[in-house]
Design a protein around this ligand. Sequence first.
Ligand code: ATP
Ligand code: MG
Length: 433
Amino acid sequence: MDDRTYTAEATPGETVTVAGWVHEIRDLGGIAFLILRDTTGRIQVKFEKDEMDDELVEMGLGVSRESVVAVTGDVKEEPRAPTDVEVVPESVEVLSRADTELPLDPTGKVDAELSTRLDNRTLDLRREAGQAIFSIRSEVQAAVREAFREADATEINTPKIVATGTEGGTELFPITYFGREAFMNQSPQLFKQLIAGSNLERVFEIGPIFRAEEHNTPRHLNEATSIDFEGAFCDHNDAMDVCESVVVAAYEAVAENCAEELDALGLDEFEVPDTPFPRISYEEAIERINVTGELDEQLVWGDDLPTEGEKALGNDVGGHYFITDWPAEIKPFYIMDHDDDETLSTGFDMMHPRMELVSGGQREHRREELIAGFEAQGLDPEAFEYYTKMFKYGMPPHAGWGLGAERLIMTMLDLDNIREAVLFPRDRQRLSP
Ligand code: ATP
Ligand code: MG
């Protein structure tokens, strides 16, 4: 069906049909240019008014910006053209006419508010920078899948409509399921563990998570994409190794394959993070944060790290790092504690200097301890019977983690707002488009 030639591939000497959007019309009097844009770039179409059929000239130059046109003609070398070639048209077909008033300017010459851009994503992603973010996101997902395969993990898909949430609480979106109460899943946690206990052993998933969090910040979404890993016979250190290799693989793929996109985003100093990522204990983390003096109050053992604290430590470390050995009491029930110290958990977070990217840990695979953990967290183990039951039939030690895909992209590309990395973000205000 698509037998047109991409603008980037139009070669002098050929007769081609190029198709795309009218980026701009430059009328210089006797001569005029239509700049046609497609997914690969732009090409100049030259109209010499005196030498060409009036109808053709009228068709090509009378069309509004952002209309979709197909132009057939000869490709000529033209050193003065932006791409050194131009098309001399024989025919112009208008496939879809655009309104003369546009809600935003796809050439990017006029800035638009983020909300206007999100309301008009189609137009917004005709801008180079917008297109670049989502090309890179696609590259990252491909690289992550490849890295997981190298780690012998199998891709799985788990349900997003569930009877009980992973950790219960107020962060669940309730829905009605044939007259029964159900929820949108906040994490594939319990399912991926159940499958790590099957013969698949090592699994990963890239899928949506839903969080009914009330807050409205530049790094939270109510629907996000989680990159999850779970591996049988892995401990928390193995899980951190896989985490580091997946994140680095994503950066390497982008550095290698996305030079143009990085350029469009002004990221000429893009760097793959150094490895190994430092592994800093929670205890050391709070000490280092306290020393910076950035917080009004000193942190004490057992405190969760406030956002300002994470930033202060991030500045201090200066790259990706892990925080390990958290107090058991502030990590979820399914995370295992250290054998030799029950107040310490094997849970870890992986941090970018700006924010948390990953939470993970070794899981509690001993059924009695797991059930005690449910109770300690105020959850009813009965509601999770489908899960705890499988721990009766041979559950290997296992570990894993969840990485926010949008936070990975946001920090990788130095975006101010996580919404830039989502096509159609869901937040407190935004449910459409
Ligand atoms: P935070 O404390 O930053 O809100 P969290 O500890 O609640 O995050 P986890 O439940 O540990 O998040 O989820 C694992 C990862 O999934 C996070 O590190 C983050 O990258 C991503 N993630 C979680 N919640 C969100 C959200 N609301 N929006 C975007 N990404 C999220
Ligand atoms: Mg977390």
